[in-house]
Design a protein. Sequence first.
Length: 277
Amino acid sequence: ENSTQEEVDSAFERLANAMQMLEFIKGDKTQLINLLDRIEGLNSDEYINDTWSKLHASVEKANAIIADENALEAEVADSYKELLRAFLELRLIPSKDKLEGLINKVEALDASKYTIESWNNLQAKLGMARGVFENEEATVAEISNAENELNAAVNALVANVGTGNEEVPENPGNTEILDNNEVPENPGTTETPTNPDKNEVADNTEKTEDKNENVASDNVVSGSSSSSSNSSSATNTTSQSQGKDNLPKTGGVAGVLATTIGAILAGAGAILSKKRR
């Protein structure tokens, strides 16, 4: 009876809140506890740090709900959903062994054996690959892309000429490479004799022609002389024979004619030979 209105109102409010709390049921924590047990068996070193940090925060909230004996069903359900989402978003750290081996291979190359442009391109890709390798949160796609870019840069290297790094083509004929000042021999080519002096050739030609003319003239003269001599002899013989038996002798005349014709033909042949030359 002595209570004030304010005290009555406060008591009513407390009672109303208590009545509302009676409508909620304690949450079942079985699924939440099982999920926490599964997560506790994971190794944080195998996962990307960012995703593991999110999971760790959800685990702490879930442990607090489990420790609260008066935790309601809605609170338990919300904690379970958050923890499950963080667990599914975990990302394993991709293997970087292949990328590491490729980086070591590139670092062992000699810059002096390649052109500056191709070498600078390789160094740019190498720097990118190192950044991905050192990034603990690098994804599988980033690592794969770094490997492909670095491989392409290695294949695009251009060797400097004369460094011995470029491939030397084979010499199928096993032909010796001649010095620039040497003239290759040609065994199949016959040496051309030195041309004689033109004047000497002309003189020799004229002398030969003169000799031929002289020979032809001598043959004609000899033939004529022989013919005359033979004719005289034949005449004398004929006269003597006629004085003896007065019978004609045809054999001597035939011999003279044959000799004369032979001399004429010899002279004509010499003249024709001269004209042809």
